[in-house]
Design a protein around this ligand. Structure first.
Ligand code: G1P
Length: 299
């Protein structure tokens, strides 16, 4: 019998060095896209997919995450007194989620961060959602990628990893799959999973994009996983081992992926999201048109 997927793990213990100095005291997951922390988009995807419990793997520098998703009595009281009900609703949304926290004591890599979730997950299938990848945030009608993986699991009862084609010269920033054949309706059987291959050694341009549905057998593998790329314990290496004893599929994502782990990606995400935001979209559109003209003139 297939077990229902109920739990998600969100690794958020990275040091955020790409966004220094902003991330010296603030968790990078709290950096906002217009007015919403990136982590809140991930939590919304989880909720929309039907996930019930979420474990966030943090470290000692990530107190701002726990505070954000706790209630803030002073603020709520103040907003209530001033009858700012629309703002109150936005603040409430952050706390309407069942969250658990655990710390990763040493930055040993993504595989080790996921291993911290072993007791929380128990013997159930679960999803892993990486905070640097936001999916379809400007398309509220899209089926969330996490939900797509959960639907696949209902049919296959197997671990399934989300992938997407990336430009060939960028493959070394990702885990990459060697697919078997063409795939059926975007679902691939996989020969191997390789973390951060050099472009001339990459088995394809299909990159892992931060959403994983895993069976609990991954934990026994992670416990014995030797460090790999970057001398870190890599989740991709453990998935490759899992694939040798039980099938692991790859699901090709056809929607819009926003990479907020990178400065330029973060800027593009902010602009795309702002262009849909009721409070700023008209002004931003106007500004971009004027900016376009100015840039044309300086050509
Ligand atoms: C991690 C994973 C990698 C995956 C990527 C997606 O890498 O290790 O397999 O392709 O996320 O964003 P990181 O970006 O943490 O280096």
């Amino acid at each position: 019998m297939t077990q229902k997927v109920r739990k998600a793990v969100i690794p958020a213990a990275g040091l955020g060095t790409r966004f220094l100095p902003a991330t010296k005291a603030l968790a990078k997951e709290m950096l906002p896209i217009v007015d919403k922390p990136t982590l809140q988009f991930i939590l919304e995807e989880a909720l929309k997919s039907g996930i019930e419990d979420i474990l966030v793997v943090t470290n000692k520098a990530k107190r701002s995450i726990e505070d954000h998703f706790d209630s803030n009595f002073e603020l709520e009281y103040n907003l209530k007194e001033k009858e700012k009900n629309d703002l109150l609703k936005l603040v409430d949304e952050a706390t309407a989620i069942r969250l658990h926290f655990i710390r990763q004591s040493y930055p040993r890599g993504l595989g080790d961060a996921v291993l911290q979730a072993k007791a929380f997950v128990g013997n159930e299938p679960f999803v892993v959602m990486l905070g640097d990848d936001l999916m379809d945030i400007t398309n509220p009608n899209a089926v969330p990628l996490t939900k797509q993986l959960m639907d696949d699991y209902e049919k296959t009862h197997a671990s399934t990893i989300a992938v997407m084609p990336v430009p060939h010269e960028e493959v070394s920033a990702y885990g990459v799959i060697a697919p078997q054949g063409e795939g059926i309706n975007g679902l691939y059987s996989v020969d191997t999973f390789v973390e951060k291959p050099a472009p001339d050694e990459a088995p394809s341009d299909l990159a892992i994009i931060g959403r994983y549905l895993l069976t609990p057998e991954i934990f026994a593998i992670l416990e014995n996983q030797a460090p790999g790329a970057g001398n870190e314990i890599q989740l991709t290496d453990a998935i490759d081992t899992l694939n040798k004893t039980q099938r692991v599929f790859a699901r090709e994502f056809k929607g819009d992926r926003y990479d907020v782990g990178d400065k330029f990606g973060f800027m593009k995400t902010s602009i795309d999201y702002a262009l849909q935001h009721p409070q700023v979209k008209d002004d931003l559109k106007q500004y971009l048109i004027e900016l376009g003209k100015k840039l044309d003139d300086t050509k």
